[in-house]
Design a protein around this ligand. Structure first.
Ligand code: MN
Ligand code: MN
Length: 297
């Protein structure tokens, strides 16, 4: 555990997130947003821990811009910008929901308030299930529903989802308690009362990760796999991050081959079950024996 690296990653992530919160994105393409946020991270000497997620409306998570993605942010859109920064593999994970229609203000406020309450109670030895109860209670008080199959998570060096889940709902049964000097992301997702409160996998897949480095004896595909490993190791990546070396159509063909051979996993977007709007807020924190460091504050 390198606390200094975590603090540095957190500081960069927080600054970039606040910049995104203040910006007016209507008329911008998702490609422009992803590329500019990632460029800011790099300019501050951090590395993106995953492609910036720009998930619109009923898409709760896991959408990043395709190469030259022309999707434009419109007036009434609800856009979740989820940012990961790593310094030497130590990851800060944070998110903000932006929208420019007063209609969705309280949905965003519910996610932010639930996150605030969760962060306020989290310390070493806090039960994860108690955090879930507070998140759910806060969201319900606003008259909304939490997304029950999305959760926060522990983080480890070069690993975003390190095995432990911090629920967004009250769950019975056994739970774990937060450990001192372990990093956790807490991330409430909120939808409206007429939503299902559950996400399903969508058809679109534009975030990838290496699952095996075993060569498949296709020279072109194996070369790409090697480049992916050199650049991203175990961290997720986007096709946008490889178009400096490959034509888009070759890249898609080769990634397809690697996905079929199970060397590369393609993550599906996650969509609200009844197509309702979703808001999200997220911080990363590290409890110690005496205090809690919210590194993305
Ligand atoms: Mn995140
Ligand atoms: Mn996260």
């Amino acid at each position: 555990m390198n606390f200094e690296c975590y603090l540095q990653a957190g500081k960069i992530a927080a600054q970039v997130r606040e910049g995104a919160r203040r910006k007016y994105y209507v008329g911008s393409t998702l490609f422009e947003i992803c590329e500019s946020v990632e460029a800011q991270i790099r300019s501050m000497n951090g590395q993106p821990a995953f492609p910036v997620n720009t998930s619109l409306n009923e898409i709760a998570a896991h959408y990043t811009a395709e190469p030259n993605d022309a999707t434009v942010v419109k007036e009434g859109d609800v856009l979740k910008i989820d940012i990961g920064v790593h310094v030497d593999g130590y990851i800060a994970d944070t998110a903000v929901t932006v929208c420019y229609d007063a209609k969705y203000e309280s949905l965003v406020k519910a996610a932010e308030t639930a996150l605030g309450e969760a962060v306020r109670m989290a310390r070493a030895n806090t039960k994860a299930s108690d955090i879930g109860r507070v998140i759910e209670g806060t969201i319900v008080k606003f008259g909304f529903r939490p997304i029950q199959n999305l959760s926060g998570h522990s983080l480890k060096q070069y690993t975003i989802h390190a095995g432990k889940s911090i629920p967004n709902i009250w769950t019975i049964g056994s739970s774990f308690t937060l450990l001192a000097n372990e990093a956790y992301a807490i991330e409430p997702f909120v939808t409206t009362k007429d939503g299902q409160g559950v996400v399903h996998e969508g058809k679109t897949r534009n975030i990838f990760g290496i699952t095996s480095r075993k060569p498949i004896k296709d020279k072109e595909a194996d070369n790409l796999l090697e480049l992916m490993w050199t650049r991203f190791r175990t961290l997720p990546f986007a096709l946008r991050w490889l178009t400096d070396k490959y034509e888009e159509k070759d890249l898609r063909r080769l990634v397809d081959i690697l996905a079929k051979k199970r060397n590369v996993h393609a993550y599906p977007i996650l969509v609200e079950g009844r197509g309702k709007i979703v808001a999200q807020a997220e911080h990363t924190l590290i409890p110690t024996d005496s205090v809690v460091n919210v590194i993305t504050l």
